[in-house]
Design a protein around this ligand. Structure first.
Ligand code: SF4
Length: 408
């Protein structure tokens, strides 16, 4: 069913990839079955409407009414974690898109309650989520896997003129703290794929640009985020496949505004293309100025100097620039602010998530104190004050384009 291709990781010798026919993945069909009543609903303009759905990091649904957007996420059930509601198989999490600071009101709770009831009524027909050891999920002895897949959709609306595109699924940069690992594995389990360690599998959306070319004719232009959440758009495989570049070409030609966030300096190869866009935003995740620490937490990602040099070049070329300081690691705040402030317009500051997974990294690095809330609060305050003193705005709503004032 699936053909393995060599994993590309920094330092690995490049092995030839045996050609394999692209796979049409099954997860979209699984999600369609689960969400069928919602997909078939035809609400009036005054009611909640389905803005988008996605099934690459668990199952996600965006509901909208007027300017209110709700992101509803189904994760594998885990009674130890807080969530909005639980079904037999899922934790259901909800937040307002771009306004996660605002609590849900009664109308929002009611509509999500209806969605939860629909999932409860239909989840029994889903494939088993049991682990390879305990159920019917297939096992594999393969250490890694690259699939070339054909997809039906690439441009996913987030509402309010925003979209996102994931050129790949999975990430061979493979940060140990990456919090999307379990959600991505939930999608693999629903698709009947074996479990593989995070960082050792990637799906390449081989027809992404072709699909996107059709989608940009069907949707109004907007800001399109490509960000290192489910996949870094410039991870090692981009050297070979150039899916990110192909998608950018389509977006730029169609008048969309790409917002590309990455940990990889290879984005420089596409600066000329991005400079042709009516507007383009380039951002880097930069967790610290201490490259020794960076190497302990993000060994597969580029050095800090390479990221800052790429930001400098983006700034010189007139691209809009930002930095996401996440997950905040121990740093010399003054030095990092001094390096970034001349080359970025906006910063976002955020903590480490899923500390249950990340704590071992802090122990190994000998900095357990930096895993505590007090460290994040102290460091975030110092960073915000340092950047503010230099006239750099902070984005507190996870809306970098809005904070930059970029509108389409
Ligand atoms: S680069 Fe981003 S998506 Fe990739 S493993 Fe690291 S945190 Fe996860």
């Amino acid at each position: 069913m699936l053909d393995p291709v060599s994993p590309e990781r920094p330092g690995d010798p490049a092995l030839p990839a045996p050609p394999a026919p692209p796979t049409r993945r099954a997860i979209d069909g699984v999600a369609r079955e689960l969400l069928a009543p919602l997909l078939a609903a035809r609400p009036s303009p005054s009611q909640w409407r389905l803005v988008a759905w996605d099934a690459e990091q668990g199952i996600q649904v965006t509901l909208g009414r007027g300017d209110v957007m709700l992101l509803v996420e189904l994760e594998a059930r885990d009674d130890a974690r807080d969530c909005f509601a639980r079904t037999e198989r899922f934790n259901v999490c909800v937040r307002r898109t771009f306004r996660a600071d605002q609590p849900l009101g009664e109308p929002e709770r009611r509509v999500v309650g209806q969605l939860v009831a629909m999932v409860r009524a239909r989840e029994g027909a889903l494939p088993s989520l049991s682990s390879a050891a305990g159920g019917d999920r297939p096992v594999t002895s393969r250490p890694s896997l690259v699939r070339e897949i054909e997809v039906e959709r690439v441009l996913i609306p987030e509402g309010l003129g925003h979209y996102y595109v994931n050129p790949y699924v999975g990430c061979m940069i493979g940060c140990e703290f990456c919090y999307v690992d379990e959600r991505a594995d939930l999608s693999r389990a629903l698709e009947g794929l074996p479990k593989l360690p995070w960082g050792r599998w990637v799906d390449v959306k081989i027809n992404a640009a072709e699909v996107l070319r059709r989608e940009v004719r069907e949707h109004p232009p907007g800001v399109v985020r490509m960000s290192p959440i489910l996949t870094d758009p410039y991870q090692p495989l981009e050297r070979k496949f150039r899916i990110t570049r192909q998608c950018l070409e389509v977006l730029v030609d169609a008048g969309f505004v790409p917002m590309v966030l990455t940990r990889a300096a290879r984005i420089r190869e596409d600066f000329e293309l991005l400079a042709r866009a009516k507007a383009a935003i380039v951002g880097f995740s930069i967790p610290t100025d201490d490259d020794k620490l960076r190497a302990q937490f993000e060994p597969g990602a580029d050095p800090i100097d390479a990221r800052i040099e790429a930001l400098e070049e983006a700034h010189r070329r007139g691209l809009r620039t930002c930095a996401v300081i996440q997950p905040m690691l121990p740093m010399n705040v003054e030095r990092l602010v001094a390096r970034l402030a001349p080359v970025v317009e906006v910063v976002r500051v955020d903590r480490m998530y899923r500390m249950d997974r990340a704590r071992a990294l802090y122990e190994r690095a000998g900095i357990p104190w930096a895993a505590e809330d007090a460290f994040f609060e102290r460091t975030a305050k110092a960073l915000r004050e340092g950047f503010a003193a230099r006239g750099i705005r902070a984005d507190d709503l996870d809306d970098l384009a809005g904070t930059l004032g970029v509108r389409v």
